[in-house]
Ligand binder design. Sequence first.
Ligand code: NAD
Length: 278
Amino acid sequence: MSSVPEIQIADGVAIPQLGFGVYQVPPETTRETVTTALEVGYRHIDTAQMYANEQGVGDAVRTSGLNRGEVFITSKLNNSFHRRDDALREAEKSVERLGGPMDLFLIHWPLPTIDVDYLETWKAMIEIRDAGLTRAIGVSNFQVPHLQRIIAETGVTPAVNQIEVHPYLTNEAVRSYGATQGIATEAWSPIAQGAVLDDPVITAIAERLGKTTAQVTLRWHILRGDIVFPKSVTRSRVEENFQIFDFDLTDADIRDISALNRDHRTGPDPDTFDYVPV
Ligand code: NAD
């Protein structure tokens, strides 16, 4: 039923290129929100231990009438669990909450300035995969030197790197290094949490095509080859964000949107971010 293309990532795993993000979806309404997304047709959900809503994601899938294998679920290791033993224990808890092994498990942030080396954490992720708790492993918010280091030290390349990417932060250096290594890029905050929706260049393209600025921006990501999972709790927007495969952008449109880059982050800088919740 879904027209969403799949991207082949490491370990023989295929991921739907469009998914649904649940950052800031309250735990008590996550089941309902994810149920709506599954009804609309999404088959890829992006959650995290930090979002405190894995249980709601698991419950929605369990009660959806779909087989667990029909929905791709990503979760992420919390910043406070970078030590090996903590990572293994908490991965098992994620599996329990989600109702079975994850499809993809990521280190949420590299935290290069804390006293636990992210190399230890990456080695733990390899153990987590080898123990069957997840089908594939990857990272999030890793910069090029972080990627180079974990690959050189372990010989294991992350399947994906989930980084902030949108028209105001095209993040080309990290994306293109990933491409050379076979690391798929996942673009978080794909519409910059709404900041690009009034942009005149994107608005003009959207008006010409009879689409919304959100749809044009998401289509731009898809045509660049990135994986996206916009978040909304409003059914009409959840539907709107899913209707992005029935139109195309010209090469000039893609160039014009990419030229909007101003290296503007909506989130923290991965090189200095050291937030470890207590
Ligand atoms: P987003 O770019 O998806 O924007 C979400 C905001 O835009 C919401 O406030 C929503 O109300 C609004 N919106 C969504 N669709 C709209 C539409 N069609 N029209 C108008 N407004 C619309 O931002 P996000 O939620 O930060 O990012 C998406 C997902 O990325 C998250 O849910 C999470 O899964 C992931 N993420 C990961 C990290 C990380 O560190 N790995 C960080 C942030 C987000």
